[in-house]
Write a protein that binds this ligand. Sequence first.
Ligand code: HEM
Ligand code: HEM
Length: 377
Amino acid sequence: MFPASCSNNCDFLVTYNVTSSNKVEFELSGQGDWVAVGFSDDQSMPDTEILMCVSNGSLSGHYYASERSTPTMTTPTPTAVTVIEQANDDGMMKCRISRDINPSPAIQNVRNLNEEVYLLGAIGSLSGVTIQQHSDVARQSSNSKITVTQAEDPTTTATAQGSFRIPDSCSSSDDCDFLVTYQRIGDTVEFELSGKAGWAGVGFSDDQNMADTDLLLCVSERSESGHYYAEDRTTPTMTTPTPSAVTILEHSNEGGVVKCRISRIIDPRISNFRDLSQPWFLLGAIGDFNGGIQQHSLRQPTASRITVTEAGSASSDDGILTNIIVHGTLMTLAWILFASVGLFTARYMRVVWEPKQLLGTKAWFTVGITSTKIIDK
Ligand code: HEM
Ligand code: HEM
């Protein structure tokens, strides 16, 4: 049990969150003029890569400690590191730093964060432009190695899952004629598309009509599955070869049901590819396959526009778009150090909250701490 958590009064707190396939964001806060997180092969300060925020913003950035003494700032700050925002309120230093998970080509003293590391944390004061040493209670290392890109839950960085189904009361690919679910994973959206037919398609359109629609099709013939574009109300054209923005992760055709899991980059900036972070009408359709895709036996647009990257916030009008699964959560593993209450043991905490709270402007800072479920590990 962990009764004396520093849930709303931490001297030091770092949370991290994978924000895209190659970036992880750290949110640091601490009582001091500087707050830092380090990555190390052991629990000690020598040979540690450091991300630091300093009340004097020009000192915020990337550092390296070769020994137990003032770390050296990496100048200029490597492009792999970006201080997104920082603030100092009432002696509390807070900031958000993004870091490439594994910079390629490799940069000296910049680790591959797909590998496990000890996390080191520290806070301290500033004298002029010189950072002062932490006190011996204001520095800590994690007591085991951590892979920051792997929160244990598979829903990491994912939004809630949304869906569009025909008929709207159906529940799975077993009883739905058409079903698509979508979920944002980092900078992609994963679609699970199925239909009781030879093909099932989902389209993104500016209106409820078929013309000018960006399409993903799952076809009984795997090689026919992929990206299509419908210029008008005739057979859509397959985009060949399939652009790298579209990946068929799984394909099956069993018992008269075609099913595909397809990943699509949110905004690949290719013509006929809509930016999926914007609201579009979704078009769903199924049809036969007979050497080629045949006209649909069933087709339906959603009643309103849907932003598939914000699945949790979509709403249904007349029941065509339905069943937003709201229990999807955005996970962040928080690593909390030395509480003010005199608790100096490093603990791991998992902070769970609904995506909306996190997306609030600076809500991460207080929200993550006050209105969350905290589970001791
Ligand atoms: C002006 C900057 C710094 C100076 C002069 C400094 C110096 C020292 C010294 C002398 C020690 C050994 C005494 C002790 O245990 O407290 C130490 C330990 C430690 N420091 Fe620092 N440090 C600085 C910044 C940092 C930063 C930025 C971090 C982490 C992000 C950090 C993390 C640690 C940790 C975890 C220990 C305990 C483990 C060990 O002994 O290596 N330090 N530091
Ligand atoms: C062989 C492929 C296809 C052919 C020949 C075709 C042809 C047509 C035709 C002739 C219409 C007007 C008649 C009607 O309302 O049923 C229509 C409507 C429609 N189609 Fe398709 N279609 C094809 C594939 C698709 C796909 C892949 C989708 C979406 C995933 C789609 C979505 C729709 C929708 C929502 C309508 C009703 C709105 C409208 O009239 O534009 N169609 N299609």
